[in-house]
Design a protein around this ligand. Structure first.
Ligand code: LMR
Length: 328
């Protein structure tokens, strides 16, 4: 009987604790909103957990909670500050309340591609931004790339006028709201986990996201098609609380941060491949993907770029200029 109970207990523990953590290890909960299989953030979080759990066995143990299982992005930063979880990687749009400088990432047509994003993040200005929330208790650890954003809607979008009068789900970001309003459309901020249902029910008509997210969340099933706009950037910041990091044994902290950095370099290098795979999966299954010609693309830029001016003071013109110099 004891043996049977023991077995049942072990099985129960194994189910509740997939990482197999034991009590005297430093427990790390990593909460995020995307999936774990075919999405840049999900894959990176799993790889990080796998490496920590192997290489730091007995010292630290990471459990990943994907798909908004624990928190959606509106709650996750508070959860970090309150110590309920230790790591998260919300998109940069979610940090607006902490620092306005991050709004630069939401400006439409600001970065020509992910390479330019990467270069800016590694510049002095980018590094400074990453560290800019320390006094509010948040430590920015690494930038993770998500990919360039594309628009989809319940009707074909080829010119900005096609978006007029539609309602788009947006991340809660003043810049993205302004960008949508510049199209004569309405912006509806909403949690990521609710987007599919809202598109399906017609509560919103369209959305913008990375190829990986459009594919893995199956938004295309409830949209007319996707337009290749590459008009914005979806990027993430891996964060922890200053208190938690400061309280870790320095050797354990350094080993974890080294692994995190190595995972970042490895996974950021393949973000465009992930986007291509997602795009291919969709076109292979018959999703309508619409390319823009130069004049159409120019028209989207002309319609949305005026929002730069609205946010330049908060973001800092010098940061905007630095990105434009990188783009050239
Ligand atoms: C979104 O809310 O659309 C994205 O931030 C989701 C994500 O984290 O990729």
């Amino acid at each position: 009987l004891t043996a049977i109970c023991g077995l049942a207990l072990t099985a129960g523990v194994a189910m509740a604790d997939p990482a197999g953590c034991d009590g005297d290890e430093e427990m790390v909960k990593f909460s995020h909103v995307t999936n774990s299989d075919n999405d840049p953030k999900g894959i990176a979080a799993e790889l990080f957990a796998q490496r920590v759990n192997e290489e730091m066995d007995g010292k630290m143990c990471v459990e990943v909670y994907p798909n908004s299982m624990l928190y959606d992005d509106s709650k996750v930063l508070d959860a970090i500050l309150e110590g309920n979880i230790q790591l998260a990687a919300p998109s940069l749009s979610k940090f607006e309340a902490f620092t306005k400088a991050f709004q630069i990432y939401d400006l439409p047509f600001m970065f020509k591609n992910i390479g330019a994003v990467d270069e800016f993040q590694h510049s002095e200005a980018g590094m400074k931004m990453k560290a800019s929330m320390e006094d509010q208790g948040l430590s920015g650890l690494e930038y993770w790339h998500g990919g360039m954003k594309q628009f989809s809607a319940s009707k074909p979008l080829l010119l900005p006028g096609d978006a007029k009068g539609l309602k788009f789900r947006v991340q809660p970001s003043e810049v993205i709201v302004a960008q949508i309003e510049a199209l004569g459309a309405t912006a509806q901020p909403m949690a990521f986990s609710e987007v599919y249902g809202a598109l399906q029910a017609g509560v919103v008509d369209g959305q913008e996201n990375s190829w990986a997210n459009i594919n893995s969340q199956k938004f295309y099933e409830v949209q007319d098609g996707v337009t290749v706009t590459n008009h914005g950037v979806l990027d993430y910041l891996v964060v922890a609380s200053v208190d938690w990091l400061g309280g870790l044994d320095p050797e354990i902290r350094d080993q974890m941060l080294t692994i995190l950095n190595e995972v970042t370099v490895e996974r950021n290098a393949v973000v465009n491949d992930i986007a291509e795979q997602a795009l291919k999966a969709m076109t292979d299954s018959g999703v309508e993907v619409r390319e823009l010609d130069d004049a159409q693309r120019q028209a989207w830029g002309d319609a949305m770029k005026p929002v730069w001016e609205q946010f330049a003071d908060d973001i800092g013109q010098e940061n905007i200029d630095a990105v434009q110099a990188i783009n050239e």
